[in-house]
Design a protein around this ligand. Structure first.
Ligand code: HAM
Length: 418
């Protein structure tokens, strides 16, 4: 075949759909219970929305965005994340006048020109939620609690929440200076990315995965030691609240996250697995973002989790998901005289709410029963010419192969009661 799905994208086949439905249903359910309303934003946005907020120097903006000029000459980007679009929509629709906090969630496809591998795709899907308009550490704690509870409700076992505070722009200055002082002597021997980060985005020096760079990061100063009094109080309060609701967490001084809009709280959650590297979800506080986009300065905090990565881990942890609803009945027929009556009966039964698949073309009973078995129905109805003449139909129990006649009269009700 000449065509394949583009590298890093996937078809979601019918057999995978129960996982998707399970996760999407749980997402919508927990979002409703925590008071979040759904928002859907466009698949593409003005490219500057992301360059300005996610940050020119981040991997996402510098290496991973799908940006193109449309026929009108506008620079557009397939969304590489969901937070900036929600902030844009919040401002555009004047949601600042709604009672705060405004709580919004989304299920959206996300595009990043990443190197494809297990759990890393060029198109992936996220469940994300954003709590806008509350600066209190309790908002951070509630978002983390919801993320944590979401994985619990899916049945997934995760590692303790990785937590850090990277401070506000004020205290971050002192921290960045300390970080650069620490790296000054050795950075020339580190990777090209880190040499660039040293000048443009020093915080990101901490999460370089290359062995030499990682070793250097181990001795680096901790942002938590440079917090201003307000940021420190916020961080201490957040830890106390998480403790109060028994959410296991570990402060990870090297956690900085790959998007520039974060302030104070950053956090990530990893699944329980050997050599766990793949983060399933991450988030943090982004108090400057809405102001930066031209809205009134508004504190906010949020989280997003990758659906493909959740599915990978549901499978690894052998968690069964409920099957999708399927027909309970199959309607088979025999003899040309039964063809139209069988088709009509099938349509009538479905209109009456009976979940039923039917045999369409003329085939042997054996072939029709094979189809019924493949569909996994509980019962097959068999309409032959003689039954038709008598006003009956045969009901075959697919479990024990027992057959008995049923009157056609009131059939929908009879079947529904089975
Ligand atoms: P993020 O950490 O870049 O955060 O992405 C969130 C999650 O999306 C990741 O933890 C991962 O599960 C999944 N993910 C990211 N890239 C890929 C990929 N290439 N393939 C498969 N899955 C992927 C954000 O995007 C922030 N907007 C989260 C946030 C919301 N912060 C505040 N509010």
């Amino acid at each position: 075949m000449d065509y394949q799905s583009p590298r890093g994208t996937q078809d979601i086949l019918p057999e995978e759909q129960p996982y998707w439905r399970f996760i999407q249903d749980k997402a919508a359910d927990i979002a409703a219970r925590y008071g979040y309303a759904r928002i859907d934003t466009p698949t593409f946005e003005d490219a500057r929305l992301f360059t300005r907020t996610v940050g020119e120097e981040t991997d996402i903006v510098s290496k991973e965005m799908y940006t193109f000029a449309d026929r009108g000459g506008s620079d557009l980007t397939l969304r590489p994340e969901g937070t900036a679009p929600v902030a844009r929509a919040y401002i555009e629709h004047g949601m600042g006048s709604r009672p705060k906090p405004v709580k919004l969630y989304y299920l959206a496809n996300i595009f990043r020109y990443d190197r494809p591998q297990a759990g890393r795709y060029r198109e992936h899907h996220q469940f994300g939620f954003e709590l806008i308009g509350d600066a209190d550490a309790a908002a951070d704690a509630e978002v983390i609690d919801m993320a944590w509870s979401f994985y619990r409700e899916l049945g997934l076992t995760t590692l303790p929440v990785q937590l850090n505070s990277i401070g506000c722009p004020d205290c971050r200055k002192a921290y960045t200076t300390a970080l650069k002082d620490y790296y000054a002597a050795g950075v020339a021997g580190q990777c090209q990315d880190c040499r660039t980060r040293y000048d443009n985005n020093p915080l990101r020096l901490l999460d370089c995965k290359k062995p030499d760079c990682s070793a250097a990061a181990a001795g680096a100063p901790h942002s938590a030691d440079y917090l201003c009094p307000d940021c420190l109080t916020h961080f201490e309060r957040l830890k106390a609240l998480l403790g109060a609701v028994n959410i296991p967490f570990a402060v990870n001084h090297r956690l900085v996250r790959g998007l520039d809009y974060y302030r104070r709280t950053v956090f990530e959650i990893q699944p329980l697995e050997e050599g766990a590297q793949s983060t399933i979800g991450g988030g943090g506080r982004y108090d400057g973002l809405i102001g930066q986009l031209g809205g009134e300065a508004t504190p906010a905090v949020g989280f997003a989790t990758g659906i493909e990565r959740i599915i990978l881990n549901l499978k690894r942890q052998e968690i069964a998901v409920p099957p999708l609803s399927a027909p309970r009945f199959f309607l088979a027929w025999l003899g040309e005289a039964a063809a139209v009556p069988a088709f009509t009966l099938g349509a009538e039964l479905r209109r009456a709410g009976v979940p039923l698949a039917q045999s369409l073309g003329s085939r042997s009973l054996k072939a029709q029963l094979r189809q019924a078995s493949a569909l996994g129905v509980s019962y097959t109805l068999i309409l032959g010419e003689s039954e038709l003449a008598e006003g009956t139909i045969i009901l075959r129990d697919m479990g024990n192969s027992e057959q008995r006649p049923l009157p056609l009269d009131g059939l929908a009700a009879t079947l529904s009661a089975l």
